[in-house]
Ligand binder design. Structure first.
Ligand code: ADP
Ligand code: MG
Length: 142
């Protein structure tokens, strides 16, 4: 499987729980390397642009309000099969359905406040990485 890059976001709920280190440790222990990271707080408008793909969903407004409610940590992960591997480590969107030992099973309280975001394809990863980072911010570890 090829080396890929993917975007991870630690959402405001997990930042508030002070579990950044625990989440990054899981990435590193599973073969993913951090090649860029940035803490920021999105405006409601910026969160809306990031999640534009969901704009017609009933939860869109609440999602944007939540994602702009506090600081987030955006991180670019690099490694073999990074997109799917990150999704596997995250667990299902609804923490009630997330497999034991996943980030969402351990740290998410609800489907809204579900601790982490992860790109769902290589194509979307490239778009999402470019939302937060420029080429000069990416420090390949290969
Ligand atoms: P994922 O984050 O697992 O890729 P989606 O892309 O489907 O999930 O949705 C984006 C985010 O929108 C989810 O992480 C979650 O915070 C929120 N969301 C998704 N579905 C619902 C829902 N049915 N009710 C409330 N929030 C939802
Ligand atoms: Mg998604």
């Amino acid at each position: 499987m090829a080396v890929q890059r993917t975007l991870s976001i630690i959402k405001p709920d997990a930042i508030a729980k002070n579990v950044i280190g625990d989440i990054i440790r899981r990435f590193e222990e599973n073969g993913l390397a951090v090649i860029a990271t940035r803490m920021t707080q999105l405006s409601d408008e910026q969160a809306g642009r990031f999640y534009a793909v969901h704009r017609d969903r009933p939860f869109y407004k609440d999602l944007c309000a939540f994602m702009s409610s506090g600081p987030i940590l955006a991180t670019v992960l690099e490694g073999k099969n990074a997109v799917a591997l990150n999704r596997q480590l995250m667990g299902a969107t609804n923490p009630k359905e997330a497999e034991t030992g996943t980030i969402r099973a351990d740290h998410a309280d609800s489907i809204d406040a579900n601790a982490v975001h992860g790109s769902d394809s290589e194509e979307n990863a490239a778009i999402e990485i470019a939302f937060f980072f420029g080429d000069l911010d990416l420090n390949s570890r290969q």
